[in-house]
Design a binder for this molecule. Structure first.
Ligand code: MTE
Length: 300
């Protein structure tokens, strides 16, 4: 936590890979080198061409604002995102309500480019910025005995027209195992292209777990609870046969209703070739150890 948060980056700062890598080296030099432990493939992913701002902000899933891909971009402006408080509770040393401003003032700035694939077999490459979830957990101090991290999205029916429909059990909830949550690739995103996160993408604070399907990336988080037992996850609760708790990107396990072996990059054009989906979304070298000895067809 050597650097204080600033949010003055522009799109130009993050788009060219050279600038991106250079910035990371500068950060590493300042003692904030959280990326240095990551493998070459994960770093190489930074070289992927990011989707443009319009694709990322107009093709969204945020059912609290409607189930159509363009509904969130039309409706999410209704959500008040400032001030914002995150309650951190459960098995932590310092439970309480944390103002987002206070959290950010203690965080190291991080920008990365993540490949982001969703269960609909589409993918996007998104230059998120944010901070590592592990740093936030350390602020609150995880107690021994905690095995999982539970997350909850804000629930405000008056600002979220989609919650009038019982598509899911509101509020939207998600969970990670503690070691997944502490992995350096797991971030809390607060921005895109160095700008503030648009509401439809989960402002002001959303989870990003790049080796899992997109639905694990819970938006507009207001509560984080450290638990002993596996917490509920919205899609798993809605349809446990189709959506497992782990939800790792695994092309070898088909969704019961469609294949997940290939994906199509959004914005690549209608006739772009589908590409094979990579195990753990291409982050196998970084995260496979988390699942050693687990049968990933059983724990899907
Ligand atoms: N979080 C909440 N609160 N509500 C949602 O409907 N949809 C999930 C996830 N987080 C969702 C959510 C799904 S299915 C996906 S694919 C990603 O958000 C999409 O994130 P994006 O719109 O920023 O691409």
């Amino acid at each position: 936590m050597a650097l204080r948060w600033t949010n003055t980056l522009t799109r130009d700062d993050v788009t060219p890979e050279a600038v991106f890598l250079n910035r990371r080296q500068i950060l590493a030099g300042l003692g904030a080198g959280a990326m240095t432990g990551l493998s070459a493939p994960a770093q190489a992913q930074a070289g992927l061409e990011p989707n443009d701002w319009d694709d990322i902000t107009s093709y969204c899933n945020y059912y609290e604002f409607g189930t159509g891909k363009s509904d969130p971009s039309k409706n999410a402006h209704m959500l008040t995102t400032s001030p914002w408080t995150v309650t951190i509770d459960g098995l932590v040393e310092r439970p309480g309500d944390y103002a987002l401003e206070d959290i950010l003032s203690q965080m190291t700035i991080e920008e990365r480019i993540y490949r982001f694939r969703c269960v609909e077999a589409w993918s996007m490459v998104v230059p998120w910025n944010g901070f590592e979830l592990a740093d936030l957990l350390d602020l609150a101090g995880v107690k021994p005995g905690a095995n999982y991290v539970a997350f909850e999205t804000v629930y405000r029916p008056e600002e979220m027209p989609g919650t009038r429909f019982p598509v899911l059990d509101w509020p939207y909830v998600e969970g990670l195992r503690l070691d997944e949550a502490r992995h350096p690739l797991t971030i809390m995103a607060t921005g895109l292209y160095g700008r503030d996160l648009p509401n439809q993408n989960g402002a002001p604070l959303r989870l990003v777990v790049p080796w899992k399907y997109g639905f694990k990336s819970i938006k507009s988080v207001v509560r984080i609870t450290l638990t002993e037992d596996e917490p509920p996850a919205s899609w798993n609760r809605a349809n446990p046969r189709e959506y497992g708790f782990y939800s790792n990107v695994n092309p070898n396990v088909d969704h019961p209703r469609w294949s997940q072996a290939t994906e199509r990059k959004i914005g690549a054009g209608l006739f772009a070739r589908r590409q094979p989906t990579l195990m753990f979304n291409g982050y196998e070298e970084d995260v496979a150890a988390l699942y050693k000895g687990m049968d990933l067809a059983e724990f899907f």
